[in-house]
Design a protein. Sequence first.
Length: 297
Amino acid sequence: MNGADKRTSKFPLRLNELSSRVKVARTPIVPVAATVLTTAPRLQATAAAARAVLRPQQLLAHAHTDASRRTAPSGLGLDSVDVRRRMAQRLRSAGVCNAQVIEAMATVPRHLFVDAALVTQAYEDTSLPIGHGQTISKPSVVARMLELLMGGESARRSATLGRVLEIGTGCGYQAAVLAVLSKQVVSIERLRALHDKARALLAPLRPANMRLVYGDGMQGHAPNAPYDSIVAAAGGDALPQAWLDQLAVGGRLVSPVRQAGSQRQVLMVVDRTEQGFEQNVYEAVHFVPLKSGMVAG
Ligand code: SAH
């Protein structure tokens, strides 16, 4: 049994059944290999039933349309713990098993991160616009990414994500959830306007263990490296070398990546071991593009 096999048995979601395993790379793995092994029919059916293509970024138009149709939920305020508990229950029903992840998501008030016009949808499983052409990922996608991160060797050993680098702060929601699960979070955003917005939205929550950085996340953030966990909310054609360099031994990286030779984006998990890097490909996803450079306006 190799290291990857041992690890997959610990995934409560039986993520190995949802995944298409690609070859294990012992050396840095850029660009990403396009090879995807076929899965057994039963497993394909399971994966299809469990999860359609995750589209955390694509519902802008839908969100606005839905918002205009909706009325505010009666009986409970959005700041009610019960509203978040119901979201947590839905995450459980959707197959999220990691209790720490569910608890963290039940803790963070998502409605504080979305625009007033969309606030009634804050606890539904939908992505929502956060301005500047970007979106806040839907809760099930955030949970999925965090659950995968919690499956890394260091995270399993310590029951914490340790020192985390997040690429793509956006409105700061996922960073706030990460802060609950981590010792320290460094979150980097290339759009100044969103960096400032996240800073303002996070201020009332005062997460003492979070550092927001305005910069190009494709370079990672060397001053705080190495990281036990790296998570990207935007996907490029390959994993930037800087992310691999800045991943600690025992650490795990979770990121969307476009498969070579196709437009298909998949969730990529990379573990750094004493021997090198192990790479696994999971289901198809749809995140905003990872872009280089910074935008000051
Ligand atoms: N996690 C965020 C979702 C943000 S959407 C939330 O909870 O709101 C993805 C974000 O990645 C966008 O804000 C986009 O501007 C940012 N992004 C894309 N490329 C980047 C890069 N190279 N460095 C930093 N941020 C980047």
